[in-house]
Design a protein around this ligand. Sequence first.
Ligand code: G3I
Length: 355
Amino acid sequence: MTKRLDACSTTIVALAIASAMAGCGSDRAPAGPSSPPISTPSDSLKSAGAGQGKLVGTAVQSGLLSQPQYNTVASREFNYLTAEYQMKWNVIEPNRGSRDFSAGDAIAGYAASQGMRIKGHTLLWHGATPSWVDALSADEFRSVVDQHIRAVMSHYRGRIHAWDVVNEAIADNGPLLRDTVFRQKLGDRYIADAFRVAREADPSALLFYNDYGGEGTNAKADRIYTLVQDLIASGVPIDGVGLQMHISASGRPSDAAIAANMRRLAGLGLIVHISEMDIRISDAGGTDQSRLEAQRAAYHDVVRVCVLEPRCEAITFWGFTDAHTWLTGDRPLLFDTAYQPKPAYLGVLDALRGR
Ligand code: G3I
């Protein structure tokens, strides 16, 4: 049940965030006048996560890493970076045969300098395929897909913790697979082929299937489960599944459904990641305070599901400040546009602290 926040309790939450970031060891607001947030927390999301054996990550954009506030929060709070779009095919090879890795390299270099791990995102996705592939024959397309996977994975070989090899291949409704250019030209076997090539290209990287809308126990989750179960049965090298977790505070899979889905994927021997988490509040009713509280509670409860699932290795947020989110017009992330922690930040920190 979501408790409505009044002005007083908002202050308490703000002070609690300050005390949490100060590592005061308690979520209760300190007694007496509110003190300004201490800017160097003795605890952080990544340190709390490490205490649970979890990676805590964020999607980033290379052009933002030089911004002081962006850099400060990213380096303080996270140990697992995903390129939000700059390691995708259409960015690397907008024109056939000429590859530009500079933006992805900037992110990889930043991660290395900060001792962070990297999630490679993503090798094959219909949402980021360069337009020049559309004119290719099936045989030419098969060849360039193979070349793309090998070229990108070779470039980053040894530096990537896990790759999203295939992203969003499952149909939202109806048949198993989405009717993408990959399926149209290469047939259903393109997924298995991609994972086999990926394992050859960089045996050191974990290989993931990544998707949205199948986080709980629903028809799409069942299709994702069927896909990866069939891949494993066919001897295809796959190590994990990314559950994107783009959800709403006013409607989301239940904790029990997410836990059950994670558990059955783990039962296949797979690692699970929450790979792109953000929580919309613009579609939630009530006051601003009640929306922020509902967001806090949802972040807390979903992250706690991962904390309690041994095979849930990582939680990645799809950005960390509302100043830079793909969900324009919403406030789905942990920090506001001024890079101040929101109640959602406290909810995640509490969950990572096992509370
Ligand atoms: O930053 C440049 C800007 O300098 C330039 O002026 C502008 C116009 O060209 O482009 C800007 O880059 C855009 C970038 O988002 C940052 O806003 C890219 O064109 C645009 O393609 C990119 O979209 C990304 C999208 O995937 C497509 O790659 C989004 O950031 C990213 O959040 C979104 O992420 C996807 C996941 O990969 C898969 N799951 C769903 C998720 C949301 O759609």
